[in-house]
Ligand binder design. Structure first.
Ligand code: AMP
Length: 225
């Protein structure tokens, strides 16, 4: 199965994509996570994207497509993938389709996670992330077992720089403008479906699995497969 998760920052794409990847044994690729890791490593790519990520602006399409085409190529032998945070613009959607076509495959569908602005603001302002493994927590709704520490690797949790209040509004505006043409791109191809992103991660995940089954994108495996 090859799907993309669309939706504004805070809609839950990262948490849901991570659960979906574990549950279905598919790859999870997140451009935001890739960029944050490359910035932390101080790599050439990290230095190129740093100012964009720090200011909440979108990294230019050509660079994002190049990075993702390489990563998707490396994952071509997996059972499929879920993409989170990519594509983010119409140009990236076209670039993604072209890259997959070269591999003889295509996207099964795009799920847009809809959320009210007040809920997005609540989620983003309480979000904490692990700088080492990228696991996402929330100070009220997804607390770590040990306060301030990652459940997976015990690293000290941090607030993403772009989750500061003034940056959050800015990112929501940028995302709104970029995503409208993206939504119509998938609609026109009959690949678009919308999902109510409100509620706990478990609730939305349950809805998402049902939707995936309804769409016929996957024959579900049992938990023990
Ligand atoms: P995210 O973790 O998805 O919120 O992404 C964090 C930041 O990484 C964004 O604010 C952008 O600066 C950059 N970024 C992530 N994905 C993309 C993308 N597909 N296109 C352009 N910039 C991106």
């Amino acid at each position: 199965m090859r799907i993309v998760l669309l939706g504004p920052p805070g809609a839950g794409k990262g948490s849901l994509a991570s659960l979906l990847a574990k549950r279905l044994g598919i790859a999870h690729l997140s451009t935001g996570e890739i960029f944050r890791q490359e910035i932390a490593r101080g790599s050439l790519l990290g230095r190129r994207v740093q100012s964009y990520v720090a200011s909440g602006r979108l990294v230019p399409d050509a660079l994002v497509i190049q990075v993702m085409a390489q990563r998707l190529n490396a994952k071509r032998r997996t059972r499929g993938f879920v993409l989170d945070g990519f594509p983010r613009t119409h140009g990236q959607a076209v670039g993604l389709d072209q890259a997959l076509k070269r591999q003889g495959v295509s996207i099964d569908g795009a799920i847009y996670l809809g959320c009210s602005v007040s809920l997005l603001l609540r989620r983003l302002s309480g979000r904490r992330v692990c700088p080492q493994c990228g696991t996402i927590f929330h100070i009220r709704t997804m607390r770590p077992r040990r306060p301030g520490r990652c459940d997976q690797c015990q690293a000290r949790l941090v607030i993403r720089k772009d989750d500061q209040p003034d940056m959050i509004r800015r990112r929501l505006n940028i995302d709104g403008a970029a995503s409208r043409p993206l939504v119509s791109y998938y609609r026109k191809r009959g690949l678009f479906s919308q999902l109510d992103g409100s509620g706990s991660v478990e609730t939305v995940f349950g809805r998402m699995l049902k939707q995936i089954q309804r769409q016929g994108w996957l024959v579900m495996r049992s938990k023990d497969d």
